[in-house]
Design a protein around this ligand. Structure first.
Ligand code: PAF
Length: 300
């Protein structure tokens, strides 16, 4: 694996079908699943690693976001990444930023409402990666479902010749969706955080057994959070492509939740595929067989 710090070097090393795995580092099994999806589909797997200041709001965790390049480089090598592109700030934003990318509509709900400016930061950095690395395929976790919708729409609207591929969420052995931010959770917060995944699993079961009412499905998640003493920022059933609120589960959709648990702000979701006869199948993600060694909460 080659570690490079400039767009030019990353492009120089990328040949054939190029698969891009954008990350902010502090890799865990969720990121490794993106590399696993990229490897068979691409001749060159380029993983980018950059903690993007533009997508963090005031008072968010930009300064404390976990960083460890040596650890990430070792994990990326094991994961079969060919090129690790870890640019410094002045390669990404040599003159600051006056040009940004805003995806209207899709960014107005949920994370866009709770984190003003966040998706403008994400769309801008991902557009820069698409322009600078020129991937054919780009792999994003379904855990960040709204982000996946935003970058897919951005790529289509700006005519980037890249296919955005969504990869199922990886869950820890206890059901918590993996996130670099899980490192902020101590024992009690970690136990309460399990309510997000548990509520979503209950809703997924209900949907597969025939429940189609959006408010009822959302209510199952809210009830799990309330029982654990966790207040949701939002619980919403939305259409997969447009991120518009759905009263009924009658098209491809995801049910998303966000909540603050102790010092961590967590998001999670389940994806629903709706077949031609209205039948529903849920993507609950993939659960690890044993506790993650890479994205643990602090030990109870
Ligand atoms: O999902 C992330 O880690 C980031 O939002 C991304 C896509 C790497 C952009 O900084």
């Amino acid at each position: 694996m080659e570690l490079v710090t400039t767009f030019a070097a990353a492009r120089h090393l990328a040949s054939g079908v190029v698969g891009l795995v954008p990350t902010m580092g502090f890799l865990h099994e969720g990121h490794l699943a993106l590399a696993d999806a990229a490897r068979p589909a691409a001749d060159t797997v380029v993983m980018s690693l950059f903690v993007n200041p533009l997508q963090f709001g005031e008072g968010e965790d930009l300064a404390s976001y976990p960083r460890d390049l040596a650890r990430d480089a070792a994990l990326a090598t094991t994961a079969g990444v060919d090129v690790l592109f870890a640019p410094p700030l002045d390669e990404m934003y040599p003159d600051g930023t006056v040009t940004t990318v805003r995806v209207a509509g899709l960014t107005e709900r949920m994370e866009g409402r709770e984190r003003p400016g966040h998706f403008e930061g994400v769309a801008t950095i991902v557009a820069k990666l698409f322009a600078g690395v020129k991937p054919d395929l780009a792999f994003f976790g379904r855990k960040d479902a709204q982000q996946l919708a935003v970058v897919t729409r951005m790529a289509a609207d700006l005519s980037f010749p890249v296919e955005c591929v969504g990869v199922p969420t990886v869950r820890d052995a206890d059901g918590l969706a993996l996130s670099s931010r899980n490192t902020y959770l101590d024992g009690d917060d970690r136990r309460r955080a399990l309510a997000l995944g548990a509520g979503l699993m209950t809703a997924a079961d209900a949907a597969e057994q025939g429940e189609r009412d959006g408010a009822t499905l959302e209510g199952l998640v809210t009830a799990a959070l309330t029982a654990a003493g966790v207040a949701a920022d939002y619980v919403e059933l939305v259409s997969r492509g447009s991120v518009a609120r759905l009263d009924r589960l009658d098209r491809d959709a995801f049910l998303a939740v966000a909540a603050r648990v102790g010092p961590a702000r967590l998001i999670d979701n389940v994806h629903f595929d709706v077949g031609p006869g209205g039948e529903v199948s849920a993507d609950r993600g993939v659960r690890l067989g044993s506790p993650s060694a890479l994205a643990p909460g602090r030990a109870p």
